[in-house]
Structure formats: structure tokens, C-alpha cells
Design a protein around this ligand. Structure first.
Ligand code: HEM
Ligand SMILES: *[C@@H]1O[C@H](CO)[C@@H](O)[C@H](O)[C@H]1NC(C)=O
Ligand SMILES: *[C@@H]1O[C@H](CO)[C@@H](O)[C@H](O)[C@H]1NC(C)=O
Length: 283
């Protein structure tokens, strides 16, 4: 049985050795045919993509071309030339210091378009606060207050020492979450401008600036519109949650202690803890 198999595979090998050109070409034909069918199927299903909407940078000609060129390095002042007014230039915008080509969105970014304020400049702060007019600047320090509930006092209005411990913890928790929200917002728009959400935009370079210079300027207060749409107070909810968390922790510790001191009691203690948990859910 095994011998027979061996001779068969030997025969196959020698056959493909004899006229290997045809074997390989046939295989390539089959693969190419399958790929073609796959592409056609994708085109019919998605409507416009032959790769099932999978669009990594290395199959995008514009991105490949941009990567082959040296990066575009512009100062903030030079970026203004690329705001869409001069139609023989591409439209650039910058986000947190990275320059993107958004010429494919000329309708949106050219003069008269709804987001012309973003073209030809780094308006990172406005992407966070939504104040397109007054916040079309790169410096987004302090913009996290857009996402901080209104019952959190500003560091300038109330020092840590002026606050109770719970209020202090609450402030740090809320500001921490707001800073995460800022990073997420910037990351989201960066994804859009890299073309990862389907737009034909791509990264081309970076803004040349002195970060130390920006850090020396005073932190800008939140624009009025962003101040107005800050989240509702959350302290009561948060404090309740903290209290429940502490009670839960105490229950767990009691249970552990009961198990350690008297194993026979552990079942009883577990039942008691479960009962306690039910009560806890109502908080
Ligand atoms: C913080 C607030 C906001 C920011 C940072 C923002 C930013 C943007 C950006 C950058 C685009 C262009 C995306 C692209 O190039 O494809 C866009 C598109 C759009 N935004 Fe906003 N937006 C905000 C709020 C709003 C609000 C409140 C509305 C609704 C009233 C809105 C309606 C639209 C519409 C309709 C488009 C599509 C424009 C088009 O394709 O012609 N946006 N937004
Ligand atoms: C537009 O840009 C081109 C290419 O850089 C330049 O030669 C031309 O002078 C610009 N036109 C205006 C009106 O600035
Ligand atoms: C924005 O740029 C600064 C300076 O390069 C960097 O430290 C920071 O992490 C960037 N922020 C985000 C959200 O990418």
C-alpha cells in the first residue's frame, strides 16, 4: 500500500520535472483565475472595492507615491498656502503636528466649504472643543475641560487643599478620563486623515515648530461653546459608586477572614455575602 503511494508520487514528481513549465503555468492560471473571481465578487458585493474594502496603504497609489517622496515639512506659516485658495496646490491640513493631504475632500475644505477653517493650518484644538472660529490653533492644552463635568472646579479656582478628599479624587478621576477622551478624539481624526475610514486622504509630512515655544504661552481658557456643553455633574453618582465599592470590598474581606478562621463557616459566609450583594445592587 505504502509502496504504491510512493511510486505514484514519484511518477508525479518526474512528470512535473519533465514539463515543469506547464505545471507551474497551470497553477498560476488557476490562482489568477481565483483571484479575479474573488475581485469580481468583492466588486459586486461592496459596490466599489475589489479587495472587500480592505485598503491598506500599500495598495493605495497616492500613499505609495507620498512615501517615495521625501516628507513635506512646513512651518505653521507656510501651511497657509495649502488652504485650497490656490487651485494648483494640494490642500493640506495638520493635526497635532502631522500634515495630511485632503485634496480629495476639496468640496469640504476649499474656501466656501463647511470645514475650510481646518484647511491650511493645524487646528487641533478646534477638533476637541468644536469652536472652529476661535480655536483654530494647534495648542490643545486645557481643551480636555470640554469633557470634564461642570461640578469639577478648575485648578485655578479651587486648589487641591480647598477640596475634601473625595472631591479631590473625583477631580483627578474626571480630568484623567477627559485627557483620555482628548487622545481618543485626536486619534479618531488622525485615522480619518490617514484614509483608514475610506476617504482618499493620506499623510504627507509634519509641521516644523518649536514645542518649547508653545509650552511657554499661558493655557487658554475653554471657549464659551465648549464650556456650555460640558457634561452634567457626576459627583453624586461617582460618590455612590465609590461607597458601594468600599462596602463590597469590606464584605469580601470578611468572607475571606471567615474562611480562614473557620472552614466550616465558609458556606454560610458565602450565602451571607451573596445576600449582601443583592442588596448592594440596589444602591
Ligand atoms: C467637535 C465638533 C465637530 C468636529 C471637530 C467636526 C469635524 C468634521 C470634519 C473634520 C469633517 C470632514 C470629514 C471629511 O473630510 O470627510 C466633518 C464632516 C461633517 N460634519 Fe462635522 N464636526 C463636528 C461637529 C459637527 C456637527 C455638530 C454637525 C452637524 C450639525 C456636523 C456635520 C458634519 C457633516 C454633515 C459633515 C459632512 C460634510 C460633507 O461631507 O460635506 N459636524 N466634520
Ligand atoms: C499657486 O501656486 C503655484 C505653484 O506653487 C504658484 O506658482 C502660483 O504663483 C500660485 N498662485 C497664487 C495666486 O498664489
Ligand atoms: C501630540 O503631539 C505631541 C507632541 O509630539 C505628543 O506628545 C502627543 O502624544 C500627541 N498627542 C496625540 C493624541 O497623539
Amino acid at each position: 500500500m505504502a509502496e504504491k503511494k510512493e511510486t505514484k508520487s514519484n511518477a508525479a514528481t518526474s512528470k512535473s520535472e519533465d514539463n515543469s513549465g506547464i505545471g507551474v503555468v497551470d497553477a498560476l492560471r488557476i490562482i489568477a483565475g481565483l483571484l479575479l473571481i474573488n475581485c469580481i465578487a468583492s466588486y459586486f458585493v461592496t459596490g466599489d472595492s475589489i479587495t472587500w474594502n480592505y485598503r491598506p496603504w500599500w495598495i493605495r497609489p497616492k500613499v505609495l507615491a507620498a512615501r517615495l517622496r521625501s516628507p513635506v515639512i512646513l512651518a505653521d506659516g507656510d501651511l497657509f498656502h495649502y488652504d485650497g485658495r490656490n487651485e494648483s496646490l494640494p490642500i493640506y491640513l495638520a493635526l497635532n503636528g502631522t500634515i495630511y493631504d485632503v485634496t480629495a475632500g476639496r468640496r469640504i475644505y476649499a474656501p466656501g466649504g463647511p470645514y475650510n477653517k481646518f484647511a491650511g493650518r493645524d487646528a487641533t484644538r478646534a477638533y476637541i472643543t468644536g469652536c472652529f472660529k476661535e480655536d483654530s490653533i494647534a495648542d490643545y492644552r486645557g481643551a480636555e475641560w470640554t469633557f470634564v463635568p461642570t461640578d469639577v472646579p478648575h485648578f485655578m479656582d479651587k486648589f487641591d487643599e480647598d477640596l475634601s478628599e473625595t472631591k479631590r479624587d473625583y477631580r483627578y478621576e474626571m480630568v484623567g478620563q477627559a485627557l483620555e477622551e482628548v487622545d481618543k478624539t485626536i486619534a479618531h481624526w488622525a485615522k480619518v486623515f490617514r484614509g483608514e475610514t475610506g476617504k482618499d486622504y493620506f499623510e504627507v509630512g509634519y509641521v516644523q515648530r518649536n514645542p518649547g515655544l508653545m509650552a511657554m504661552l499661558p493655557i487658554r481658557p475653554l471657549c464659551a461653546a465648549a464650556e456650555k456643553k460640558r457634561p452634567k455633574p457626576k459627583f453624586d453618582k461617582t460618590a455612590k459608586y465609590r461607597r458601594a465599592e468600599r462596602a463590597e470590598q469590606a464584605r469580601r474581606q470578611q468572607l475571606e477572614y471567615a474562611k480562614l478562621t473557620n472552614p466550616a463557616l465558609s458556606e454560610e459566609a458565602e450565602r451571607a455575602a451573596a445576600a449582601g450583594n443583592e442588596g448592594h445592587d440596589e444602591i
